[in-house]
Design a protein around this ligand. Sequence first.
Ligand code: SF4
Length: 366
Amino acid sequence: MSHTFDDRVVVPGLGKQIALDMGCLPVEDEMGTYFDAPEIDIDAYDRIVIGMSGGKDSLASLLRLVDMGVDLSKVELWHHDVDGREGSSLMDWKFMADYNRQIAEAFVVPIYFSWLEGGFEGEMLKENAYSKPHKFEGPEGLVTLERDTTRSAPNTRLKFPQVSASLQTRWCSSALKIDVARRQLNNQARFNGKKCLFITGERRQESSNRAKYNQFEPHSCDRRAGRLARHVDAWRPVLHWDEEQVWDALKRHGIIAPVPYRLGWGRSSCMTCIYNSPRIWATISHYFPERARIIAGYEDQFGVTISRDRINVLDVSRHVEPFEIDDLEALEQALKSEYTLPVVQSPRQPWQLPAGAFGNEGCGSD
Ligand code: SF4
């Protein structure tokens, strides 16, 4: 196994020559794109940003850096508040922002939040209007990025994003995460003239789409050859990991499995994600009925459902058995905005694999 990895090692600082000397030339172009790059010369970077959702794979990415002995003073976490901060709580787990804050605290790294004003709900209700500004926090405080309304016409959504590989149809990922991070990188002078590594926690095992991802490539915000000399590489440090390796990393570091997995979810993304299976909707309807009712209300109002079969989330799950949740502590936490459980376990406690581990119930994309 380690030989396979060694054969595939690509150190960006040494580039193509190393790969040629080792007799293996990974998928690569002149800019440095590698299909397999499980190890990189991470010390070459001035700043390391981890896109931290609070799910197991982004946590595993952070833990991988810890295992590599990375200087954590270079690391910062970025978390996108899907619901924004203007009062909506339509999609995300209520505690997710606070959970991420506490993870950052546990590892003594800064965390910067960013969001689209009005969040998912505001964007979905857009009617002949422009999208709201993006907001992000940085070392200097809160920054608001207005929209350039001279380049496009106002438009209307009035429907949920649709399950699709296309980011135009599944607009939530781009509008609430990808675009926000892009503007966050492009609008901070502190990255100019610096080498920045942008880390995300996708894994090839998750889907046939992700199986095709490159592990290392220039980030779309890279301008290394431009006036700003902003060098940004994207690296997916756990792209080649299987789920067992992810849970093992959390166990070794004593990170308690995040609440969604304890409730039976196989992935931790938006609680009311458009990818939720009927069984997940049945579980939401049973334990958090108000959340499901609001979503179904919007589906009826728009005349367009999340399901391609034109069945709203209440009907889609009506005759389906919900999970039987016996982790009452996690269930109670799911109702609160403040995260009151520990994120790291005490050394005396045995680590517990959560109910949702290795499950195949559909929930979450990104
Ligand atoms: S987790 Fe689901 S609903 Fe939330 S942004 Fe991603 S695809 Fe959209």
